[in-house]
Design a protein around this ligand. Structure first.
Ligand SMILES: C[S@@+](CC[C@H](N)C(=O)[O-])C[C@H]1O[C@@H](n2cnc3c(N)ncnc32)[C@H](O)[C@@H]1O
Length: 155
């Protein structure tokens, strides 16, 4: 979800996942298709906040990297519910977001980083937090850390 130029989607497809990658940006989807000719990934334009019915409850694995933090806090609760709604029963959500320290100011422009309570709030309804790690970003270890969370919907 929020697949951007498709790097994560292509990795998943290369590992054998039947992969749908969606983004609200039609130009991102066009670029992703152009970058990966012959791809096995089904690239689609879709809005997380107005999901097409066939994506709801359909995914055994949802990969969410830096998309929730791209949406303003006023949309956070709606966005998080939508992320969860993609999961099929028993499905797993992998979420990666940059860390905001507790009490640190929220900026006026994106990204709107998540503090620990906010990353934990990805859990809810019948989706439970499995693991939550805080790690250096592998490409910029001196920069801000990232949250790496896995969650699971009840089977
Ligand atoms: C920071 S980029 C991350 C892209 C990709 N996940 C990555 O890690 O390279 C955030 C992506 O979320 C997409 N996005 C923002 N709002 C969205 C929405 N409502 N529905 C779907 N995608 C959205 C943007 O177009 C952008 O491609």
């Amino acid at each position: 979800m929020g697949a951007g130029l498709g790097a994560d989607a292509e990795l998943l497809a290369s590992r054998g996942w039947r992969t749908t990658a969606f983004d609200v940006s039609a130009s991102a989807v066009d670029l992703a298709r152009d970058r990966h000719p012959g791809t096995a990934v089904d690239y689609r334009v879709a809005d997380l906040l107005a999901l097409p019915d066939d994506l709801v409850g359909a995914a055994d694995l949802v990969v969410e990297v830096f998309t929730v933090q791209a949406l303003p806090q006023s949309l956070r609760a709606e966005a998080v519910r939508a992320v969860r709604s993609l999961l099929a029963p028993g499905g797993t959500l992998l979420a990666v977001q940059f860390v905001r320290e507790r009490g640190a100011p929220v900026g006026d422009s994106p990204p709107w980083l998540l503090d620990e309570d906010e990353i934990r709030s990805l859990a809810g309804d019948d989706v439970e937090l499995g693991t939550l790690d805080r790690r250096p970003h592998p490409l910029n270890p001196a920069g801000p850390d990232v949250w790496v969370a896995t969650l699971r919907r009840d089977a």
